[in-house]
Design a protein around this ligand. Structure first.
Ligand code: AMP
Ligand code: MG
Length: 340
């Protein structure tokens, strides 16, 4: 089916309209504090199947289920470990997804056949008003075409989903900018499956944190990972992305030596003037890890809009939120890193 995709506001009236679409088994683009999601009724297998189709997402990559309130967690999951309750108290609502044993009511297609389900309670007020209006848990992966950078504005969702879905709720720019931190549990330990705004350092207040496979190194073909999403190349613009690790001086020297038509520097904001003085096209992505998280996907999309063929990204910090930025960049770069 081809839709005349509408961007709608976050007024009560428009949210009611969008909620009715969900009740009718349709898909809606939804803002959250992390990135925009493609929302459908998590309990409706055919609506969920349409999410996979709209995104071109591999069927073995499970969806996160979004709830309006943490009080609903045990309606959809069971055998919840103590550590999960502690994390929920600290970070829900917020950019944290907890993988927990699912109850029967969650269809297999939503959890990609796993006996667990990822649960998140978004902090964004529009998301929560919308989920509450839907009156059902909402399955929502990021609203990009599979493989491309996640959307952080309604316009990005429109670029990828035009004609594929009936409506997108415009909630402005996402304040976090990278997807949620995903964790699972092993005994009393927390296993980090995907880094996000909530850092390993913050998680460790609730229990020991084990860093899962695939976060800072590539997973080889056929290798079993706890989080299926970690297998796939992701977040990539059309340009080839290479990460350059080293000081600002060495980074500038390297990029200037490689500068040619179609090349861009995804540099720290503070590095722009020096590089531009030497004729390098810059796509600056902030200075702090928080700014970089917020701008990363926007800048990767801009690289395509500006038609760059080769992008040299200056390697971010690898701790705090920086770990999430590094993880997304590694996947955009297909793990191509040059250490200077
Ligand atoms: P996205 O919805 O595109 O932000 O991606 C969701 C991420 O959470 C992917 O990396 C999934 O593999 C991961 N995920 C979701 N549910 C589960 C689960 N039940 N077990 C392990 N990983 C999960
Ligand atoms: Mg995604």
């Amino acid at each position: 089916m081809v839709y005349d995709t509408r961007i709608i506001s976050d007024s009560d009236e428009d949210l009611q309209y969008a909620a009715q679409l969900i009740k009718d088994g349709k898909i809606v683009g939804m803002p959250t504090e992390t990135v925009y999601g493609l929302a459908a009724d998590a309990l409706n297998p055919s609506a969920v199947a349409d999410i996979f189709k709209a995104k071109g997402r591999p069927q073995d990559n499970p969806l996160i289920v979004h709830l309006a309130s943490a009080d609903d967690i045990d309606k959809y999951t069971q055998n919840i470990p103590e550590t999960a309750y502690r994390l929920a108290e600290m970070f829900c609502p917020g950019p944290l997804t907890m993988v927990l044993p699912k109850r029967e009511c969650i269809p297999d297609i939503t959890s990609a056949g796993l006996d667990t389900v990822g649960i998140r309670i978004p902090a964004d007020s529009t998301a929560r008003r919308f989920i509450a209006a839907c009156g059902t848990p909402i399955a929502a992966p990021s609203a990009n075409l599979s493989g491309s950078p996640s959307p952080t504005t309604a316009k990005h969702v429109f670029q990828d989903m035009q004609g594929r879905i009936p409506a997108i709720i415009d909630g402005g720019s996402c304040c976090v900018g990278v997807e949620s931190t995903v964790v699972s549990f092993e005994g009393d330990n927390i296993v980090l499956l995907r880094p996000g705004f909530i850092s390993p350092e913050e998680l460790s207040a609730a229990g020991e944190v084990i860093i899962g496979k695939g976060i800072t190194e590539a997973v080889s073909d056929g290798e079993i990972v706890r989080s299926p999403g970690m297998k796939y190349k992701h977040y990539s613009p059309k340009a080839n992305v290479t990460i350059i690790e080293g000081s600002s001086e060495k980074y500038a020297e390297y990029v200037i030596s490689k500068n040619e038509i179609g090349t861009a520097a995804m540099c720290f904001a503070s590095e722009t003037s020096e590089l531009e003085r030497c004729g390098v096209k810059c796509v600056p992505y902030g200075n702090t890890s928080e700014e970089q998280a917020q701008l990363l996907f926007l800048r990767l999309r801009e690289c395509d809009e500006l038609g760059f063929k080769q992008v040299y990204a200056h390697c971010p910090e690898k701790n705090g939120v920086g770990l999430a930025v590094y993880n997304r960049l590694l996947r955009a770069a297909g793990f191509e890193v040059i250490k200077l």
